[in-house]
Design a protein. Structure first.
Length: 250
């Protein structure tokens, strides 16, 4: 059994990460729980359930500040729901080491994206001039959902990347919209992992309840924060995660 105080600290970190960046808690939950003795697949399952719990306090804050696009969230989340069911099955078929290395690559790429955006966070991208813009977003989100089920990344930052490509949205609205979409994808992934019996419910509850509380306060801070700071915060977390995970698996 992982010590309760470590799970509480983990929950505080998840709340900060989700509240400020709209990103999945996978970046801290999976490496930490894997290091503390849970196997990779169990860690992924806990990460998904924690994301579901945490977003329940973060989303209302972004709604309060008018920083959620429900239509876009529904399109992105809907595709991710389908992909998450596929990804959870893939996770049981692929050797654990390969999943962990894939996770490192994913986190490294997200660090690059985050720091790149921190230098120029206010670029506005015109909405793609295609009737199929939302259809393309849906297709891309199916792939995001597959990653959700495989690596436990509920797609927050990846949903943001899709919005950067297809829509003109400021960073705070992207975070709020991505968080709502993440709730949908994480819920789908959690159901799949629960059906497979691969989630530690006690660990999920302790981390999740702590993150539920801290996420609310950090979301309030984020809605008053400079965009460049939000991106830099996220990039730093990605880098730390890559280094710690590489040290463990190599």
């Amino acid at each position: 059994m992982v010590p309760v105080y470590l799970l509480v600290l983990l929950g505080l970190a998840v709340g900060a990460l989700t509240g400020i960046t709209g990103s999945s808690g996978v970046l801290v939950v999976v490496p930490a729980l894997s290091y503390l003795g849970l196997d990779f697949v169990q860690s992924v399952g806990v990460s998904l359930l924690v994301d579901v719990i945490t977003t329940l306090s973060v989303i209302p804050v972004y709604f309060k500040f008018g920083n959620v696009d429900v239509r876009t969230s529904s399109v992105l989340g809907g595709g991710a729901i389908l992909g998450a069911q596929l990804g959870s099955r893939v996770a049981l078929l692929v050797p654990e080491r390969y999943l962990e290395l894939a996770f490192v690559v994913f986190a490294g790429y997200m660090a690059y994206v985050s720091f790149r955006r921190s230098r120029n966070p206010n670029i506005k991208v015109r909405r793609i001039n295609l009737k199929g813009g939302y259809a393309l977003a849906f297709v891309l989100s199916v792939g995001i959902g597959t990653v959700t089920g495989t690596l436990g990344a509920s797609g927050g930052i990846m949903f943001i990347a899709v919005m950067m490509l297809l829509f003109s949205v400021d960073v705070k609205k992207m975070v709020g919209t991505a968080t709502l979409a993440m709730l949908l994808s994480a819920t789908s992934g959690s159901i799949a992992y629960l059906s497979l019996g691969r989630i530690d419910l006690l660990a999920s509850a302790i981390i999740g309840v702590t993150a539920l509380t801290s996420g609310y306060f950090f979301a309030r801070i984020a809605n008053r924060m400079r965009p460049s700071v939000m991106y830099s915060f996220l990039g730093s977390v990605f880098v730390i995660t890559v280094v710690s995970e590489l040290a463990r698996v190599i």
